[in-house]
Design a protein around this ligand. Structure first.
Ligand code: GLV
Length: 321
C-alpha cells in the first residue's frame, strides 16, 4: 500500500504532483489544519505531513500520530512545531532553508523603502484626489544613503538584506546570538554590537531577521523601542512574537518610534485593534517568501525530505531526527 501523505492545504502544483506520482496524497482545505483539534483528529492516518507555519504541531498532535515519520515544514522557521516532542517520538522534522533567502530579503527591502519613503500614505493621498502639484513639503521621508541599518539576526536572510543595504549606501550594524564569520562581516562591512538595545540605539532603521525562539521572543520590547526613537523605523519579516506587539502599538500611537513595516504578527492572522489603528504602520499578510520561484523551490525541498524519510535515506534539511 502506498504511503499516505497529508499536505495540510493547497500549495503550488508541481510538488503536489511530484508526491502524487508515488504516494496517496490528501490535500487539506485552506485553514482547516490551523487548529490543533483537526490535526489531532486526522494525524494518525498519515505517514508524512507537509505542514505550513500556521499549523500548530504541538505535543498533543505528535502524541496522536501513529505512523508519522516526518513533518516537512514549508518554511525556514519551524517554531510552530514542538521539535522536542517530535524527537522523542522519533519523528523527523525538516524545513526549507536557503531557497527563500533572496525573496525574503527583497520583501524586507520593499517594506523598508515603503516605510522610509511613506509610499502607502502618498499613494492614498493621490488616489483620494489630493495631488495638487509638486509640493516642496510633501511626504518628506528618510534618505537611505548614509542612514544606519541595524540587523537583528545576521543569518542567510539578514546577510542578504545587508548586501542590498550596501547598494543603497547604508551603514550596517548587527546583533546576533553569535558573532558571524569575519568574512561575512567584511563582505557587507557590518559592525557587531552586543545587544538588541544597543543596536536599536545606534540604528535609524531596525530590521528583524532572526528566528523565533526562547532567546528572541519579545526581544524588541518597550525599552528597545524607546532606544530606536521617534525617527526610527522598525521592519519585521521574521516572526511577530520577536516584538512585544502591545508595546509596539503603544509606541506607534505615542510617537515613541516613527514607523513600522510589518509582514508578521504575534497571533496570526489576528491583528489587534491597537496595532491596526496605529499611525505610520505598514502591514502585509506574511508574504516574505511569496514568489513563484521560491515557493516552487520550497515545495520541492519538502518533497525531497519526505521521499528520503519514507525511503529510510538521509533526510535533507533535517532540523531534528
Ligand atoms: C516564513 O516565514 C518562513 O519561515 O519560511
Amino acid at each position: 500500500m502506498a504511503n499516505r501523505i497529508l499536505i495540510t492545504e493547497p500549495i503550488i502544483e508541481e510538488p503536489v504532483e511530484a508526491l502524487r506520482e508515488q504516494y496517496d496524497v490528501t490535500v487539506g482545505e485552506r485553514g482547516y489544519y490551523d487548529k490543533v483539534a483537526h490535526l489531532k483528529q486526522d494525524i494518525s492516518r498519515f505517514d508524512a505531513v507537509l505542514s505550513l507555519l500556521s499549523n500548530p504541531i504541538t505535543e498533543e498532535v505528535i502524541e496522536a500520530a501513529e505512523s508519522l515519520k516526518i513533518i516537512a515544514n514549508l518554511a525556514a522557521g519551524y517554531d510552530n512545531i514542538d521539535v522536542e516532542a517530535a524527537r522523542e517520538a522519533s519523528i523527523a522534522v525538516a524545513n526549507t532553508p536557503g531557497v527563500l533567502t533572496e525573496a525574503t530579503a527583497d520583501a524586507t527591502f520593499a517594506l523598508l523603502l515603503s516605510a522610509a519613503r511613506r509610499l502607502p500614505e502618498a499613494e492614498q493621498y493621490l488616489r483620494e484626489g489630493h495631488f495638487d502639484g509638486w509640493d516642496p513639503l510633501g511626504f518628506l521621508g528618510k534618505e537611505l544613503n548614509g542612514s544606519s541599518l541595524g540587523i537583528f539576526g545576521m543569518g542567510k536572510i539578514g546577510t542578504a538584506v545587508a548586501r542590498r543595504a550596501r547598494g543603497f549606501g547604508m551603514d550596517i550594524l548587527y546583533h546576533n546570538r553569535n558573532r558571524v564569520n569575519p568574512s561575512v562581516e567584511s563582505e557587507v562591512d557590518a559592525t557587531y554590537v552586543e545587544s538588541v538595545h544597543e543596536l536599536a540605539e545606534k540604528s535609524d532603521i531596525l530590521c528583524l531577521n532572526c528566528p523565533l525562539n526562547d532567546g528572541t521572543r519579545h526581544a524588541v520590547d518597550q525599552p528597545v523601542l524607546e532606544a530606536l526613537g521617534p525617527e526610527g523605523i522598525l521592519v519585521n519579516t521574521a516572526r511577530g512574537a520577536v516584538v512585544d506587539e502591545k508595546a509596539l502599538a503603544e509606541a506607534l500611537h505615542t510617537n515613541v518610534i516613527g514607523a513600522a513595516a510589518l509582514d508578521v504578527f504575534e497571533d496570526e492572522p489576528a491583528i489587534t485593534d491597537a496595532l491596526f489603528d496605529a499611525p505610520n504602520c505598514i502591514m502585509t499578510p506574511h508574504i516574505g517568501s511569496g514568489t513563484n520561484t521560491t515557493r516552487l523551490k520550497m515545495g520541492m525541498l519538502a518533497v525531497n525530505s519526505i521521499k528520503a524519510a519514507l525511503n529510510n535515506e538521509e533526510i535533507p534539511n533535517v532540523v531534528s531526527g
